[in-house]
Design a protein around this ligand. Sequence first.
Ligand code: ADP
Ligand code: MG
Length: 577
Amino acid sequence: MTTSNNTTGTAQSSPSQVTGMDILVRALRMVDIDTMYGLVGIPVTEVAYIAQANGIRFVGFRHEQQAGMAAATHGFLTQTPGILLTVSSLGFMNGLTATANATVNCYPMIQISGSSVREPIDLEQGTYEGLDQLNIAKPLVKAAYRVNKPEDIPTAVVRAYRAAISGRPGGVYLDITTPCLGAIMDAADANKLFYTPVDLCPAMPPSPESVKRAAQLLASAKKPAFILGKGAAYARVEDKIKELVSKTGIPYLPMSMGKGVMPDNGPLSAVSCRSTIMSDADVVVLVGARLNWLLSRGRGKWSPDTKFIQFDIAAEEIDVNRPIAAPVVGDLASSLDAFIAALPDKMNIDPEWVPKLQAETKAKNEKFKQRLVSNASAQPMNHWSALNAIKPVMAANPDVILVNEGANTLDDTRVCIDMTLPRHRIDCATWAIMGMGMGSCIGAAVATGKSVVAIEGDSAFGFSGMDFSTICRFNLPVTVVIFNNGGIYNGIGVNMAGTSDPAPTTLDVRARYDKIGDAFGAKTYYVTKPAELTQALTEAIASKAPALIDVQLAADSGKESGHIGYLNPAALEHIVV
Ligand code: ADP
Ligand code: MG
């Protein structure tokens, strides 16, 4: 083990003494952590230096929330916990936003934060960055531990790792006090603390009875459908789902980040038939998808007669919003293997069901194409003309990972850009939050080495825009496309007071976001016409270097709250409760 006991991070070999920070880094290496995202300062600066000296890539950010979004995305894309390193008090809290979001989205990550000396915090005596971080984190994460002694660090790291990836993945908080980080131990004693943990993410096969029950129900179905969620993307079961779909001939509907587990444009894709599945399907199979608000919680347009088979690793997810006829609780890889083996050779599907969905898909696609074509030359551009310009470029680069946030920019991009590969779409996900953009781009590019394109609303970009500089500092192959319609939702809000202040939703439709890219040395573009956008995006992706494209839209393009305006209190009567 090498260590550094100075702030310049110079590595020394075989020291006789080590600090808590050395032990932390070595414990992370023992579980094969190779990347850490974060933002340094007292008391964790040297942790990052030591990490770099010991083969862990440290990606330093401008805001902890974005470092956390990167760690979460890293976790989702690699099935190993992303690591976030934060300083005490506000740095910790900024990062916690992302760790909480990771927990809600089932992304595995570990936030490691330095914290100040305990005694004056507990007695509320007023100390440097004094905050009871562990108790603040606890209700927001899957697990939270504090480490007070360097001897406990290796155990704490392994426990945090197991908690992050076992069962339903989530965010874990590891609080390490300043005295613990700085504590000195004899290297020989410290060496005895390390061990290689056995079976860090054990398979969790379902019960044979649950598999049999589910297989019987599906075999009896006349109008079945699969719903593929981001749990299926995370679990890397695309080959098994492909086998299941081809064996049964049952159509599939992807959730937003489940897109690409099976191709959106495949013959059995029912991506445009959501309402028909809700009202007409007799058996629906949820594969790593929750029956939460994104599926109207199983109410609203859903037929009360639809029976559900639910594959999930979390037993507590079953029966959450309506009774599940056949729960299969286990990890998806084991569950799908058992399920495929248990299915009969012949299904019992109504011969009109699949052709009906296919005809609906064809008609909807045609209508959609017409909408794009009729907007193609709109001047100034709107969301549809911009997406019409982007669509062929993304189709020509299917292995590019798409990051997407905004309101209209999110909703319109999701329906316009087909995905053909799993884990290639990262978006605002379960909470539908804004402010995941730059961090997710960085996590995706660093974790996979692939090129990334972010399609961002101007408001959404504002939450994380400064971390575009991180994309540039690390020279990542990321193109950020900003749809500037000058506002939250759009740029035509009216100030009700009639003063010169802007309306609450108004930003700046004349802002030149490309100049932010110039400041950090990216290749930049300002485009006002669809053909310019197509060319800029093609060139930017091919460059495999940081690029920023400012797309000038009309201020009146887009509507309030995008597709979820019904959730506004003013429209409360429409909310399904
Ligand atoms: P979506 O928003 O795409 O519907 P959700 O995040 O709501 O997806 O649901 C994903 C579900 O997948 C969660 O309930 C989670 O417990 C489950 N899940 C995650 N990983 C696995 C896995 N390896 N095996 C089985 N289920 C999983
Ligand atoms: Mg906007």
